[in-house]
Design a protein. Structure first.
Length: 329
């Protein structure tokens, strides 16, 4: 836009009525959102000058894509590409709305549900759900966490959920060949008068939580509550010169004995929560509270996606930015 056209546009704003001003603000907000998304994507391209097809660093600008992202032409293979080519977000048609969903996932406030976010963005709920699963695949498992000094360890539990499972439908369709699933449906507890499960049943999945005094932390889902499983999970995390603080679970005691490390057992009752004045597990208890607050709005995520939710919480606590996720993809 030329300078005089821009000045004429600004002067015309004085003639707008309140409703038109609201419409203009909405349009400007949408344009700004798209511009910010494009800037994030182009920043990724500027950091990686190599062609995603042949690795050649020679390139020239070659117009823009349909979503207004800068396109380049490789000087070697002559193919064109943009900042999204070959990335996990390469086939997203609305990168601006994807960035809004990503900021909602990583922001300081509690993330919205899929339905609420879809309504806010004017999208189908399944689109937002696929984007969330895409982010799960991008953040992956994360780098190995190194612990040192005083290490605290404990477990929290998440009830198993089979949301989306077709096991009962398959059983009813072919009861002769497909056995009845081991876990009753929730409706059976009311229609058949089954006793509700309380406490630590076999449907409660353990999640190991480890933290040290320097701020390192880890959430790791365990296959079961056996002491051997706990010992195997903790063995690579605790160095030989560390001090371990935990509850009285056998896995921690066996690990300490086998590794020859100092081990302090603390209880949950008043007067037993701190040993020798400084050995406690209050940091991991705090992580348990943060986990419960984070996971509660999702009403029990499907167990098949639980690792993704755990990693999502780790990324949020680590203060990752949307730009970091884009560069990772």
């Amino acid at each position: 836009m030329l300078h005089h056209d821009f000045r004429r546009f600004l002067d015309a704003l004085d003639e707008l009525n309140p409703a038109q001003i609201e419409d203009a603000q909405t349009k400007i907000r949408d344009l700004r959102r798209k511009t910010e998304a494009i800037s994030e994507i182009e920043a990724r391209t500027n950091q990686e000058h190599k062609c995603p097809f042949c690795g050649d660093e020679r390139r020239q600008k070659w117009g823009r894509t349909r979503t207004k992202v800068q396109r380049y032409r490789c000087g070697g293979c002559q193919k064109t590409y943009s900042g999204r080519t070959g990335s996990a977000i390469g086939r997203i048609h609305r990168p601006d709305l994807f960035m809004v969903a990503l900021r909602d996932m990583l922001g300081t406030s509690a993330p919205q549900s899929v339905r609420k976010l879809a309504k806010r963005l004017g999208l189908n709920k399944y689109t937002v759900w696929r984007w969330r699963m895409l982010v799960f695949s991008i953040i992956g498992e994360g780098a190995a966490t190194a612990f040192s000094g005083i290490i605290e360890a404990d477990e929290t539990y998440q009830r198993e959920s089979r949301k989306g499972s077709r096991e009962w439908a398959r059983h009813f369709a072919d009861p002769q060949n497909i056995p009845q699933p081991p876990r009753p449906r929730w409706e059976d507890f009311t229609t058949q008068g089954l006793k509700m499960m309380r406490g630590l049943s076999r449907w409660q999945l353990p999640i190991l939580t480890v933290a040290d005094r320097s701020g390192a932390r880890l959430f790791q889902r365990l296959a079961n509550r056996k002491g051997a499983t706990l010992e195997r999970a903790m063995n690579p995390l605790v160095p030989g010169d560390a001090v371990l603080c935990s509850d009285g679970a056998n896995g921690y005691a066996k690990l300490a004995t086998a590794s020859g490390i100092e081990h302090f057992v603390v209880g949950s009752k008043p007067g037993t929560r701190v040993a020798a004045g400084c050995y406690h597990i209050q940091n991991v208890n705090s992580l348990h509270a943060q986990y419960n607050k984070f996971i509660k709005p999702f009403c029990g995520p499907a167990t098949k996606n639980l690792n993704g939710y755990i990693r999502w919480l780790e990324v949020r606590l680590g203060g990752a930015l949307p730009a970091d996720i884009i560069r990772t993809s």
